[in-house]
Write a protein that binds this ligand. Structure first.
Ligand SMILES: NC(=O)c1ccc[n+]([C@@H]2O[C@H](COP(=O)([O-])OP(=O)(O)OC[C@H]3O[C@@H](n4cnc5c(N)ncnc54)[C@H](OP(=O)(O)O)[C@@H]3O)[C@@H](O)[C@H]2O)c1
Length: 239
């Protein structure tokens, strides 16, 4: 049985396009969804035997453990794509601590936790001979600098955290043949709100633009690319 690549929030938005892209490129996908049951079932039906979806509230440790246990008993894992990120345009004055922790937890802590939980499975696949282990975190075009963030504050702090996790795990897991990178979209086709400034290369960024970057980082040819943050935003939001 071929090992899976695990994708979080894999049934809606960019995650849905990511699952389709990976399955069309012959990867076996283990995806999580929260409320998008209909779309998850449609993906499983369309790619029967190749895509498996698990309903999970990833804010809960027991749900994260259940997802990884399923992978361990059904072919293992050679890769992980942390796609989950929760964006809310709320102004900081209207954010309470519960909301802050929820958004930070889903967007950053889950990324950390799933890397910790899946490393032994991915190492096993590398050692077994698949030769490469891949971890990709979906970031944000603003996650490379510290600025005042009056809107979506916990989200932006969390994405900065994901950037630090990316570089740190790249350094720690390189010795095991695992690369860890971040792909940071700009203003995508499903973005909420307005870009606020023009997108030099014309926008919005298409899902396909970001998918090709992800695809490159999964290839054997990218064996020495690790710890990087690949911006895919049409030169938008560069400060
Ligand atoms: N869209 C953009 O323009 C843009 C720009 C820069 C970066 N990004 C990043 O790209 C990634 C994908 O973004 P997107 O716009 O496609 O996301 P999205 O459409 O906003 O979807 C949010 C996702 O979060 C999931 N979710 C919410 N609460 C959850 C919970 N408790 N447990 C598990 N899952 C939960 C939802 O799952 P269900 O649908 O199953 O309920 C949904 O898939 C994110 O990391 C985002 O930060 C996006």
């Amino acid at each position: 049985m071929k090992p899976y690549i695990l994708v979080t929030s894999a049934a809606s938005g960019f995650g849905c396009a990511l699952t389709e892209y990976l399955a069309n490129n012959h990867y076996r996908v283990l995806g999580t969804y929260y409320h998008s049951e209909g779309s998850a079932e449609a993906l499983v039906k369309k790619f029967s035997g190749q895509v498996h979806m698990i309903q999970a509230d990833l804010s809960k440790a027991e749900d994260r453990a259940r997802v990884v246990t399923y992978a361990r008993h059904n072919g293992g894992l050679w890769g992980l794509i942390n796609n989950l990120g929760v964006y809310s345009e709320t102004w900081i004055e209207n954010i309470d601590t519960v909301m802050f922790e929820q958004i930070f937890g889903l967007t950053c802590t889950v990324c950390f936790d799933l890397i910790q939980r899946t490393t032994s499975l991915i190492r096993h696949e590398v050692d077994r001979g698949s030769g490469i282990g891949r971890i990709i975190n979906i970031g944000d075009s603003g996650a490379d600098r510290i600025e005042a963030r009056a809107q979506a504050t916990p989200y932006h702090i969390a994405k900065l955290g994901v950037h630090v996790l990316t570089r740190t795990f790249a350094q720690r897991l390189g010795a095991y043949g695992i690369t860890v990178n971040m792909v940071s979209p700009g203003f995508m086709e499903n973005s909420v709100g307005e870009p606020g400034e023009s997108i030099p290369l014309g926008g919005p960024t298409r899902f396909a633009d970001v998918l090709h970057a992800v695809g490159y980082l999964l290839q054997p040819e990218s064996r020495h690319v690790s710890g990087t943050n690949l911006l895919v935003g049409g030169a938008w939001n560069l400060g």
